[in-house]
Design a protein around this ligand. Structure first.
Ligand code: ADP
Length: 808
């Protein structure tokens, strides 16, 4: 149009062009304001990527002035990592596409900018001549996005961590909302509730928990929610047979709770309590061991409801029921008295081997072959048994538990089972020992009472002395006035005895000999003294061997002592009397001898003169004179006989020499020979035993005895009855006992003593001749031989005279 002068251009065309120009100018302005005043960065590139235009925003952001920019390419500002991507987008734009992409650029000053680019082709006459780009600075946005992303990531991480923590803790964790709906629960809770996570979440609390069995839980949770406070409690939840410790914290919209299964703790706690209570029961003297045993076994069954326990006695190799509260009586009866041994079920085997036997499956265990049908009939499928051993390590009982399912023990079960087994052993052994102690104490008490001794027990270390009631019953002290010390005890020993007693005890403590005895006087409460015999025992410390205690018994021997003293006095007096008697006896015997000997001479004179007188005057004076003469002669004869007898009697006193061996058979034979006339005359039958011994004695005196006894036996016969006489001898431990038995007239027992006294007779001379000296002589002879002479008799039936001669 330049070639055409304006004046030559028609008006309308000019106007049209003017209009076009205006339109162009306006469009240019629109374009420029869109381009240059756009708050977003706007730039254009030629097809080579060189800047053809860039607004102020771009200049500012790229920290490069516009003039410089127009000399540069876009790629000069792209961070190398993003270059290929940017170029690829530009290539697409060059193909006519509108591309959107983000990249990092580097400003002229080296700062990094995150930008979002929207690129589109520039069309001129339908041909793409360049690229037009709108740039948004997204540095801050990205930063924020990153922060958000990071925050989200952190959150997720924290959440995972939280969940991991909640899942990894051994406690159960759950959260409920204010409507008691489950919001969250960890695996432990799933296990406790025996339910999957998804079946728990969203459910109402009471749909999963049997609130009737958890009244405490309901109450405490309500409290936590209402008072916004933490609660902590323990509860037993029967449906699961579980002890739980529950802690709950109020949250913004509900409650979080930690639950811990404390079965093991609770089991141990219950076991402790059970053991403690059983021991307390056992400690009471009034209770037998069975009380504690029953308590223990039943208690264990409560702690472990699956266990069916049994305690069996082992006696002489056989098992007997002791206590098994939950085992059917029929079963117990059928196993009563079964022997212990290998393959004798769990109990029989464990008692035999003295070790624990765990049978987890009765049906398939050889140990139970003999009894499995029986056990299975009662539903028993497993049985564990432990032997209870005494101090000598022999099994006196077995403790066992049956199960209705096949099973091996869990650690806690075995622990409980063995603990109770140990305690049963302790209780039974202790009770036995206690009973033995009680028994011996009882015996001691009885002995103490029966002996009425004052028993004392002195602790040498503390110098204290314990007394039994003898201190009152013997010495009359009120227990309150006794000072229980060694000093007190010693102070009450008579001053004259005290030193000796102390010395003896001191000496005794050094000795190996543990027992000693002594006699002394003790002061009584009433001021008198009693003689006591003290028998004491020193106890030594088994480790050091040093004396630590002395235990003694004081026996009141006052009466014995007094009797003893009296006896001594009496003995003295007797001895004196005996001496006096001996003197007078000797004198008497001497007198008798002398008298009888000396009297013979004048008597002989009298007799001879009387006989002369009789010869010369008999029949010459008168009858009376004759009688007088006869009386005088007879009197003189009798006197002669008496004197002879006395002489003979006194001769027995001569000292005996007993070393002579005398054959008593021979003696009797000689006597019988001498009496043969007499025997014949009387028609006597005399039986002599064969066993008459040889003894140490004086033969002539033995002959004298038999002469007297046999002649009496013949003499004192019943009228017209020929006597039957038996002579016998019995050997005793220390002596020979001889006897002469007749069937004569017998002797009234009231005269048994009299007949042995010199010149004492039971009959007149006219009835039976004699002087009454025979038995007196026999007695004297026997006593001189240190023997005895006596008689037994029944009047009219006969008499037996016995005498003994000692063997030595
Ligand atoms: P004596 O025969 O000379 O009288 P003894 O001393 O031998 O003297 O006996 C004393 C008394 O004992 C006798 O008198 C007589 O009564 C009685 N006596 C002795 N032996 C027997 C006897 N075997 N049977 C019955 N009485 C007897």
């Amino acid at each position: 149009m330049k070639g055409l002068p304006i004046q030559n251009i028609p008006e309308n065309i000019l106007k049209y062009y003017q209009k076009l120009e205006d339109e162009y100018n306006r469009n240019l302005q629109v374009y420029q304001s869109l381009f240059y005043q756009n708050p977003e960065g706007v730039f254009s590139l030629d097809l080579d990527g060189k800047f053809t235009g860039a607004n102020e925003t771009i200049a500012t952001r790229s920290e490069c002035d516009q003039a410089t920019l127009l000399k540069m390419s876009f790629s000069d500002f792209v961070q190398p990592d993003y270059l290929s991507r940017a170029l690829a987008h530009f290539e697409e734009a060059k193909k006519g596409k509108i591309e959107r992409f983000e990249l990092k650029t580097i400003t002229a000053k080296g700062n990094v900018l995150d930008i979002s680019v929207k690129s589109m082709p520039i069309y001129v006459d339908n041909a793409i001549v360049g690229i037009y780009c709108i740039v948004t600075n997204i540095t801050n946005k990205l930063k924020k996005d990153k922060e958000i992303k990071e925050a989200i990531e952190n959150l997720e991480k924290a959440n995972i961590e939280k969940n991991n923590i909640l899942e990894s803790i051994t406690e159960g964790f759950f959260a409920i909302d204010s409507n008691w709906k489950f919001l969250y629960c960890n695996k432990v809770v799933e296990r406790i509730l025996r339910m999957e996570h998804k079946k728990i979440i969203g459910q109402y609390f009471w749909d999963l928990i049997d609130m009737g069995n958890a009244p405490m839980l309901l109450e405490e949770f309500r409290k936590a929610l209402a008072q916004k406070t933490r609660v902590n409690f323990e509860m037993y939840y029967k449906p699961f047979n579980m002890w739980l410790e529950v802690t709950a914290y109020p949250t913004d919209n509900g409650l979080s709770s930690i639950i811990k299964v404390i079965n093991e703790e609770k089991r141990i706690e219950q076991l402790f309590t059970l053991e403690k209570e059983a021991l307390e029961l056992n400690a009471s003297i009034d209770n037998t061991a069975d009380t504690a045993i029953e308590y223990l076994i039943e208690g264990l069954q409560k702690i472990h409801p699956d266990m069916i326990c049994s305690l069996l006695h082992v006696k002489n190799g056989l098992l007997h029921n002791w206590h098994a509260p939950d085992i059917p009586a029929d079963y117990l009866q059928l196993i009563e008295g079964t022997p212990i041994g290998i393959n004798q079920g769990s109990c029989g085997t464990s008692a035999y081997l003295k070790e624990r036997v765990i049978v987890d499956d009765i049906e398939n265990n050889i140990l139970w072959d003999k009894y499995k049908n029986l056990a299975l009939r009662f539903g028993f499928k497993a049985c564990w048994s432990i032997p209870l051993l005494d101090k000598g390590k022999s099994a006196f009982a077995t403790f066992s538990t049956y199960f209705k399912t096949t099973r091996i023990p869990t650690g806690p079960e075995m622990n409980s089972f063995e603990r109770i087994g140990d305690l049963l052993t302790t209780i039974i052994i202790n009770k036995k020992a206690e009973q033995e102690i009680l028994l011996s104490k009882e015996r001691y008490d009885i002995v103490a009472k029966a002996t009425n001794d004052a028993i004392w027990d002195c602790d040498l270390k503390t110098r204290s002395v314990i007394w039994n009631n003898g201190i009152s019953s013997i010495f009359g002290y009120n227990p309150s006035e006794v000072a229980y010390t060694t000093e007190w005890a010693l102070r009450h020993i008579h001053i004259e005895d005290r030193r000796r007693v102390i010395d003896k005890i001191t000496f005794q403590l050094q000795q190996k000999e543990n027992t000693f005895s002594d006699e002394f006087r003790c002061l009584c409460a009433d001021g008198s003294y009693k003689y006591v015999q003290n028998k004491a025992f020193v106890m030594n410390d088994p480790k050091t061997g040093k004396a630590i205690r002395i235990i003694g018994a004081l026996q009141d021997v006052t009466i014995q002592k007094q009797t003893e003293l009296k006896l001594l006095e009496l003995n003295e007096a007797l001895k004196l009397r005996a001496d006096q008697l001996a003197v007078s006896n000797t004198e008497l015997e001497r007198f008798a001898y002398v008298a009888s000997h000396d009297l013979q001479e004048p008597l002989r004179t009298i007799t001879s003169f009387l006989q002369l007188f009789k010869k010369k005057y008999a029949g010459k004076i008168d009858e009376t004179a004759d009688n007088y003469i006869t009386f005088a002669v007879e009197g003189a004869d009798r006197m002669k006989q008496l004197i002879m007898d006395m002489l003979e009697y006194s001769r027995v006193n001569t000292q005996l020499k007993l070393n002579e061996e005398v054959d008593m058979h021979q003696v009797v034979r000689e006597v019988l020979f001498n009496f043969s006339g007499k025997i014949k005359l009387s028609g006597a039958v005399i039986d002599v035993a064969d066993n008459l011994p040889i003894i140490h004695a004086v033969k002539t005196q033995m002959m004298q005895i038999f002469q007297n006894l046999i002649s009496n036996a013949i003499k004192y016969q019943k009228v017209a009855v020929p006597p039957h006489i038996v002579i016998d001898a019995i050997e005793k431990e220390q002596e020979w006992e001889f006897s002469v038995k007749d069937d004569g007239i017998g002797i009234d027992p009231k005269f048994f003593d009299k007949i042995f006294v010199i010149f004492q007779r039971l009959h007149s001379k006219t009835q039976y001749a004699g002087t009454g000296i025979g038995l007196a002589i026999c007695k004297k002879i026997v006593e001189k031989h240190r023997g005895r002479l006596w008689v037994t008799s029944i009047p009219q039936e006969g008499s037996t005279f016995y005498f003994t001669i000692p063997k030595k």
